[in-house]
Design a protein around this ligand. Sequence first.
Ligand code: MAN
Ligand code: CA
Length: 223
Amino acid sequence: MLSYSSYMLMAVAALLVTCHALPKCPEVPGLPGVPGLPGRDDLKGQARLPGLIGPSGSLLGPPGRDILPYLPGLPDSLDTELHNVLVNLKHRLCRLEGVLALNGKIREVGEKIFASNGKKVDFGSAVKSCEEAGGTIASPMNEEENKAILSIVQQYNQYAYLGIKEGETSGQFKYINGMPLNYTKWHQYEPNGKGTEKCVEMYTDGSWNDKKCNLYRLTICEF
Ligand code: MAN
Ligand code: CA
């Protein structure tokens, strides 16, 4: 059984989470600048206060100790430097994501990032442009992802093709990578194309309709 104080602690924690949104990219305490590389103020290795981040907890493992039997350990100085480079990169990336989200350019859900180029094209062209950009056409795998895609559909007020297609068996829809659907959001009475509507569009309420593949729909990709 939980004690009174642990309930109090949980209540305080819940309050803290709801009242104060946590910063997306917390300051890295005392991260030393990367030696040899100019900091943001062009100060070599001294852009931030010297401080707490050291080799412990490095992704590369404790300095000098082998990660794998056949990989030699890195010298302490290089391990620390690589660790700092990684922390710096992650922090910068986090802030850049903040800028893109602020400007309505991306939606982040878990590990996925959804984005549109604002263009309306047929299904094949949407798949192609997503792949050329290093992503794939948006394929909602749960309600949260569907909502993120929906908010882009509503931003442009345009239906979008999804990364879902009808298989050989009519009425059977799958992700374009061949995996079976683990989540669906069909509009009432859909899918109804019975082999004649092999693609899927998202309506502006987030529900899905099977539809011909040669229409012009908003391109939304996931990365
Ligand atoms: C049109 C098409 C179909 C859709 C029906 C719904 O005929 O968009 O895909 O199922 O409308 O009424
Ligand atoms: Ca339909």
